[in-house]
Design a binder for this molecule. Structure first.
Ligand SMILES: [Zn+2]
Ligand SMILES: [Zn+2]
Length: 177
């Protein structure tokens, strides 16, 4: 069974992490634990953009940890970016087991709408499955319902399902018949 550690980055509501760990464990047939120590991302802050550079955070996650002791998904409330884009929901390195996901733009409040905790949890699960899917070597999927389809806006996140299509599922879980 594969191992996934959820690593809180910065301040995060832990009530979000417990159902996320359960959803990931079930869909990826993995053991999923939540790390108790939080990780500071202050070093990745860009003062001009008032956002955090996700690639820098991922780089730091590779230091001092063996990649063979499982996958690490960093989870943060911070707003993430990469230089060529306005923002990212998350980022992953293909094949090295490290990924990060942000709740920042998954909140309804970000769009001036009332809070919707169940919708937030669903979006966070989808984006977490997506980024972890990349760590299994998956690229973006043309099936818009598949969790590996790319999302550049929250509407696209809502359109897809919190599941892999049969082709993508074969890659993350080759033993399921
Ligand atoms: Zn992606
Ligand atoms: Zn797919």
């Amino acid at each position: 069974m594969s191992l996934i550690s959820l690593l809180p980055v910065g301040e995060i509501d832990r009530a979000l992490l417990v159902p996320l760990a359960e959803g990931l464990a079930q869909r990826l047939r993995a053991a999923c634990s939540i790390e108790s120590a939080a990780f500071s991302a202050d070093f990745a802050f860009n003062a001009a953009r008032r956002q955090y550079h996700s690639t820098e955070i991922l780089k730091k996650l590779l230091e001092g940890r063996a990649t063979d002791d499982g996958r690490v998904l960093a989870v943060t409330e911070l707003d993430l970016y990469i230089p060529v884009l306005t923002f990212v929901f998350g980022e992953a390195h293909l094949g090295n087991g490290r990924a990060i996901v942000s709740t920042h733009r998954l909140h309804q409040e970000f769009y001036g709408l009332p809070a919707h905790p169940a919708l937030l949890a669903e979006r966070l699960l989808k984006e977490s499955l997506h980024e972890l899917g990349h760590t299994y070597g998956l690229r973006h999927c043309a099936d818009y319902r598949c969790v590996m389809s790319s999302s550049n806006a929250v509407e696209r996140v809502d359109l897809k399902e919190a599941e892999f299509c049969p082709n993508c599922r074969m890659v993350v879980d080759p033993h399921r018949s």
